[in-house]
Every structure is written in C-alpha cells, then in structure tokens.
Write a protein that binds this ligand. Structure first.
Ligand SMILES: NC(=O)c1ccc[n+]([C@@H]2O[C@H](COP(=O)([O-])OP(=O)(O)OC[C@H]3O[C@@H](n4cnc5c(N)ncnc54)[C@H](OP(=O)(O)O)[C@@H]3O)[C@@H](O)[C@H]2O)c1
Length: 327
C-alpha cells in the first residue's frame, strides 16, 4: 500500500470518531468544561443558549451557539434532532441565595418541562446517543461500604426534586431513546457552589456548619467530571447509569480545611443548630447526607482520574480560581 494510503486511513478513522454534538447547558459550570474538552478532542459542538451572553461564552470556547430556551418549543428542537449525539447539562439555577421549598418545587417543575421539550424532539430522529446529566443527590443517603448504581435511591437535598425528572427520563428510555445517564457527585471547581465557598473563605468570613453533623460528600473535580462525561459519551453503554465520584469521599470539614489551607487563610467555623440553618440556608441545602458511593463502574470503562482525591484537586482549583480573580 502506498504511504499516503496509510495517512488517509488514519484520517478517515479519526474523522469517523469525531461527532456532531448538540449540548443543552453548555454555558454552565460543568457544560463549559465539557465544551472545552469536546472541542479539543475535535468534535463539532453546537450549544443551546438562551441569551447573547451565553452565546458569546460558548463561542469563545469553540462551540457554535444555537439560540433557544428549553422551557419553550422552538426551531432549536429540529437542530437538536439533527445531531449525532445530544448531551443535556441544563437545569434551573440551584445555588446562590436561600433555597426555599417553593424554589425547589419550581426547579422540579421546570426541569421536567425542559427535559420533555428536549427529549420529545429527539424521538424518531437519527440521534445515536443521548447523555443525560443527573446528580447523586438522587441516591442520597448511602452508608458504607460504597454503593454502586444499583443501590436503592434514598434522595436527599436536591434529590427529591429530581426524582420526577428521572421517572420521566425512564419513560423516554423505555420508548427507545438511546440514553446514557450520568450522576455526578458534588462537583468542585472555580465556579458554582464551590467558588462561593472560596470567595467567602478569602473574604475572611466565618463558615457556618450544622451542629453535630459533618456529612461525607462524594466529590469530583470539574475537569475530571467533564472528562468522564466525554469518556462515557464514547464508552458508556446505552441504557446504563454511571456514578461520577472520586476514590475517597471526604467529610465536609475536610473540604473546608483543605480549601483554607490552599488559600492560605485561617478557617473560622461556627456550628449552628439545624433549625437556625434551615432559616438561613433553607430546608434543601441543610438536608445533608452521607454519600458513600463507588466509581467502580466508571473505572471499569477505562476512565482514569487526573485528580482522584481532594488533596490533589483542591490546590489545582484554588490556583485556577485565584488567577481568575486576579484578571
Ligand atoms: N454543580 C454540581 O456540583 C453538580 C453536581 C451534581 C450534578 N450536577 C448536575 O449537572 C448538570 C449541570 O450542572 P451545572 O452545575 O453545570 O449547572 P449550571 O452551572 O447551573 O448551568 C445550567 C445551564 O443550564 C442552562 N439553562 C438553564 N435554564 C435553561 C433554559 N430554560 N433553556 C436553556 N438553557 C438553560 C444555563 O444557561 P444560561 O447560561 O443561560 O444560564 C446553563 O448553561 C445539572 O443537571 C446538575 O443537576 C451538578
């Protein structure tokens, strides 16, 4: 075979592995990290955006924005149905401010409408794979030893408010949509809930904790979470669920201590009784739980973590966060 044939075959194989992706939630915390990794891997990424600001953000990451709102049917649905692979990261906002029961119920209702508008548009299309991003609050309280995806769900925190979305997802899966469901644990990075903790520590504020409760959190670095989702997009089995969490779940107190150490600031904490915590932060955020979860299924697909524990991951995130603050 002439030498150029080898190059051609290699090129063809590479192109065959590249896909046209359509993302919902590509401007969000995990979604934007995913866009960076997917674009770097050579995939063509379209990202649904409901504002010019989000459109500019995804464009800067190398994705093509598609304007639309998941809460409303629109031309974006036909665009989604033309993709090879659809990834759904979008959700109503969860962090920032007090989370009342009424806000959580609005989240529950809106999430179902958003999912339905996207998933119904894909029925009967040639979409090869749908990656649906859920969360481990659905599994909720899980005692040691670490539990896998077959564990009986015991939803806590935001979990009870995503149960209906997961039940609805099951009906789409049963109707034949090629869905892979991923369950990230608490995702820490230079954004979302963890950036609020870093900002508060850096400002020297006292960290409120719940008296007599130091929950065990399953965690994952945002870059590992995005890489794991990209990996499962290619290697996950249709119809399966995958928990995305580190090797060792830390206590909340360890996360605070590691973060203060990486920021080089003193850690000041004050334990408040549950009733006071509920008034300050609301009943959802204070419904804390121990998440002893296993990443064995994810690892069995060949995925390797860059930051397997918070000891490796938190200093990296703090460096990224500090340099973003300095800009
Ligand atoms: N963050 C975590 O620690 C964590 C942990 C476990 C699971 N998860 C799950 O991971 C997924 C992504 O979470 P995240 O933290 O990355 O979320 P996020 O930062 O809050 O981002 C949400 C995304 O959804 C988009 N969006 C919201 N409403 C929309 C609508 N009506 N139409 C179109 N787009 C809309 C937002 O767009 P705009 O730019 O327009 O706001 C944004 O891109 C969610 O399913 C979440 O439950 C997150």
């Amino acid at each position: 075979m002439p030498w150029y044939k080898h190059i051609n075959t290699a090129l063809e194989e590479r192109i065959a592995r590249l896909a046209r992706l359509f993302l919902a939630g590509g401007s969000g915390f995990i979604g934007s990290a995913f866009v960076r990794h997917a674009v770097a891997a050579g995939h063509a990424v379209q990202a649904l955006c409901r504002s010019e600001r989000s459109a500019a953000a995804v464009q800067a990451l190398g994705a093509q924005p598609v304007i639309g709102d998941l809460l409303q049917a629109g031309a974006w649905q036909a665009q989604a149905a033309q993709a090879q692979i659809v990834l759904h990261f979008a959700q109503p906002k969860t962090f920032g401010g007090r989370v009342s029961k009424a806000r959580a119920l609005r989240y529950e209702a809106d999430r179902q409408v958003m999912d339905r508008n996207l998933l119904s548009a894909l029925q009967g299309s040639a979409v090869e794979r749908v990656v649906y991003v859920s969360g481990t609050s659905y599994y909720g309280q899980q005692d040691p030893p670490p539990k896998d995806e077959s564990a009986e769900p015991n939803p806590r925190g935001w979990g009870p408010y995503i149960v209906k979305a997961i039940q609805q997802l099951e009906t789409f899966r049963a109707a034949g949509l090629p869905i892979v469901t991923v369950f990230p644990s608490s995702v820490y990075g230079a954004g979302s809930w963890y950036a609020e903790i870093l900002a508060s520590l850096k400002a020297g504020r006292t960290q409120l904790t719940l008296a007599r409760r130091d929950p065990t959190l399953a965690t994952v670095h945002v870059e590992d979470c995005a890489r794991a989702i990209l990996h499962l997009m290619e290697h996950g089995t249709i119809g399966e669920r995958y928990i995305i969490c580190d090797d060792r779940p830390p206590k909340y107190s360890e996360i605070l201590a590691q973060s203060a150490k990486a920021l080089n600031v003193p850690l000041k904490t004050r334990a408040v009784p549950l009733w006071l915590g509920r008034i300050i932060a609301g009943p959802v955020v204070t419904d804390v739980y121990d998440a002893h979860l296993s990443n064995a299924r994810l690892r069995s697909t060949g995925f390797r973590f860059q930051f397997p524990t918070i000891e490796q991951g938190i200093p990296d995130v703090v460096r990224t966060w500090l340099s973003a603050q300095a800009r």
